[in-house]
Design a protein around this ligand. Sequence first.
Ligand code: SF4
Length: 241
Amino acid sequence: MQSTKTVLKTLTKFSLLYPDLGALHVGTPYHMIVMVALSARTRDEQILKLAPGFFKAFPTVNDLAVADIGSITKAINTIGLYKQKAKNLKSMALMIVSEFDGTVPRTLEELVRLPGVGRKTASVILVAAFDTPAIAVDTHVYRVTNRLGWVKTKTVEATEQALLKIIPKSMQPIVNRVFVPFGRTICIAKPRCWACPLVNECTFAQKNLIPPSNKEKILNTIQSMRNGIRILKEALHAALR
Ligand code: SF4
């Protein structure tokens, strides 16, 4: 395992390389919990595209709680698992209204009681909506931190526990924000080590250091994706005003 000093140095460097807030960090806790719950196995771009119409139809958690399931399903039928997600959203909204006075709860223990909300979603909400330290570990954070040699774990749950021990609270909110986009674009299954700013610090044995012939095209596509998310976030921000 890496020392806390090395980890903090890398996180500081990365927070400058990835300065944007999370892709779904827009609006109120209600907006964020809906979008993060919808984002399971779905690209953020798809969620950001459907979000303006969704929140026009269901502007508050009360509207969502009383909505019929058919209208919720229709509003999200462009994404995977939409039938199950619609049911979870309705149940989640009902619980927020009936047990939490219509306010998204602010603790991990309460958040994970909501239908469709696991530890990862709850941790994302704690950081984004309530500025509370937490580390949301998904497959990207798991893969990147293991490859970097920060942890040696077999599951996302064990990764979260190991990272919580070595990363101080003040830096915990950065982890998911920087390693999710990095894991989606550079440290992918067959890593693009040829474009990695951490290549000298990484302990991964099977580095892929030879740039492909279409290197420029790949890097341009990555930059376009980042710009695309920024534009979609701005559009959603404007729609929610
Ligand atoms: S050097 Fe390669 S394996 Fe290591 S973090 Fe960078 S992209 Fe991932």
